[in-house]
Ligand binder design. Structure first.
Ligand code: NAD
Length: 484
């Protein structure tokens, strides 16, 4: 039996509301972007089921926060181990519904599971404080408590990791969670929830409310007073809207939003390392990663060599169905994604960009797009200011360090930035000059559960991963004990 088969009740992949697997009265299709083939029909739930899930989460929360940290840690660990047992099935499922090459899906299973392992350990270290007192007859304590019911709204580009990065710290802290996965990739979310239940995580601690169109469920999750925290990962426009909705009940919110990552290559960089880092940072997941490079900024002296080496490697990247061996670029998630890349390419070429490879949908059809490099990019082009979210590398030119930092920071986004250089004084100056939440120095892949992930400016609020990621799901309660 495949993982998808295990999710089906009467032919429909069932959502999990409290302890109940619900098929609902409506369904929506989930398809493989590489082939267009139907993978499953999924329960299409609405506001009523979202309220049921919130009620179940609140009811379960009363008991869950009293479970000892050590027991919560053991249950998270059991979930982690269950995922390890099903790693290959989960990877295949992600490739089927999201399209990324199988090797990347395997990497995401490892990365996604690492949050569960890490926060299982961290659950035992959620300490409060005792403070020095201001009066001899008083003692001051700070308790760190679970925030309560959490709503997790997640995107399709990392169907597993974006869920575990929220759920693992929330559950570790003693919270209960209602997940609203992306409509393109709900099957991975349902499989994770099933494994959590099999691992012994109690009813109501995790619910998954699937929906074809998210607004009604989203409205409940952002306005119901029983939900105390919304953790969202997705685009900046949707994040702004949800943040505004959260205001009516003054919910805590974490927002992991879009980016416009610069990748700066200075004249003194190691060219081969920079090109390898560029490929990893730009073309992973066919460019559909929030921390993907969006703009290459390259210094005059190394510009021609970099562009030539990059285009040669990019033109040779194997494109195809993620299940085929050796494939490095899978399909984009849908036709709208292809249209956006094409709009950016056409706009850049019309404004003087030099197309070095790609520039059009791939001959494979569906939503495959040929990996593309455009030289002579300029700030007037859409690619300078908008997140492309596809396999397009525009390469801009700069003269000196000051200009590079100004160009890099000239955006409302501030998620990830990368630069390649050797001079250690320059490395410090540039690292400090970049207005970004995360910086890769001579490194194109920076994500790990051990470090705080998140952005500044319109790229978001809050951090995920590391001990800071646990704090996001807690409240501080100050207690003054008097009359001593
Ligand atoms: P999206 O904003 O369209 O959707 C994200 C989630 O929000 C989905 O589950 C969607 O159904 C839901 N949603 C949309 N409208 C909603 C509404 N009105 N109410 C409630 N929920 C609603 O984003 P996407 O296309 O799925 O993902 C791509 C975007 O996510 C990119 O901008 C990318 O940069 C960003 N992203 C950011 C991070 C990060 O950590 N900062 C990580 C991954 C992706």
């Amino acid at each position: 039996m495949t993982l998808i088969d295990s999710l089906l009740i009467d032919g429909t992949a069932a959502a999990l509301v409290g302890g109940e697997w619900l098929t609902g009265s409506a369904r929506f299709p989930v398809t493989n972007p590489a082939t267009g083939e139907l993978l499953a029909q999924v329960a299409d739930l609405g506001a009523e089921e979202a309220r049921q899930a919130v009620a179940a989460a609140e009811a379960a929360g009363a008991a869950w926060k009293k479970v000892t940290a050590k027991e919560r840690a053991a249950l998270l660990r059991a979930w982690f181990l269950r995922i390890q047992e099903q790693a290959e099935g989960l990877a295949e499922l992600m490739t089927l519904e999201q399209g990324k090459p199988l090797a990347e899906s395997r990497g995401e299973v490892t990365y996604g599971a690492s949050f569960i392992e890490y926060f299982a350990e961290e659950a035992k270290r959620m300490a409060g404080e005792t403070l020095p007192t201001h009066a001899a007859d008083k003692r001051l304590l700070v308790l760190r408590e679970p925030i309560g019911v959490v709503a997790a709204i997640t995107p399709w580009n990392f169907p597993m990791a974006m869920i575990t990065r929220k759920c693992a710290p929330a559950i570790a802290a003693g919270c209960t969670v209602v997940i609203k996965p992306a409509e393109a990739t709900p099957l991975t979310a349902l499989a994770l929830a099933r494994l959590a239940r099999e691992a012994g995580i109690p009813e109501g601690v995790i619910s998954v409310v699937t929906a074809a169109s998210p607004a009604a469920v989203g409205e409940v999750l952002t306005t119901d007073p029983r939900v105390r925290k919304v953790s969202f990962t997705g685009s900046t426009p949707v994040g702004k809207r949800l943040l505004a909705q959260c205001a009516s009940t003054v919910k805590k919110a974490s927002m992991e939003l879009g980016g416009n990552a610069p990748f700066i290559v200075f004249d003194d960089a190691d060219l081969d390392a920079a090109v390898a880092g560029a490929i990893a940072s730009k073309y992973r997941n066919a460019g559909q990663t929030c921390v993907c490079t969006n703009r290459f900024l390259v210094q005059e002296g190394i510009y021609d060599a970099f562009v030539e080496a990059l285009a040669e490697k990019v033109a040779a990247l194997p494109v195809g169905d993620g299940r085929a061996s050796g494939v490095m670029i899978g399909p984009l998630i849908n036709q709208a994604a292809v249209d956006k890349v094409q709009r950016h390419v056409d706009d850049a070429v019309a404004k003087g960009g030099r197309l070095l490879c790609g520039g059009k949908p791939h001959a494979l059809g569906q939503s495959f797009y040929a990996p593309t490099v455009i030289a002579d990019a300029t700030p007037e082009m859409c690619v300078a200011s908008e997140e492309t979210f596809g396999p397009l590398a525009p390469v801009f030119r700069f003269r000196d360090e000051e200009e590079a930092i100004a160009m890099a920071n000239d955006t409302p986004f501030g998620l990830a930035a990368y630069f390649y250089a050797r001079d250690y004084r320059r490395i410090w100056r540039v690292m400090e000059g970049l207005e970004y939440g995360m910086v890769g120095v001579n490194e194109g892949i920076i994500s790990t559960e051990l470090a705080p992930f998140g952005g500044v400016k319109e790229s978001g609020l809050g951090r995920e991963g590391s001990r800071h990621g646990l704090e996001e799901y807690t409240e501080l309660k100050y207690v003054c004990v008097g009359g001593l």
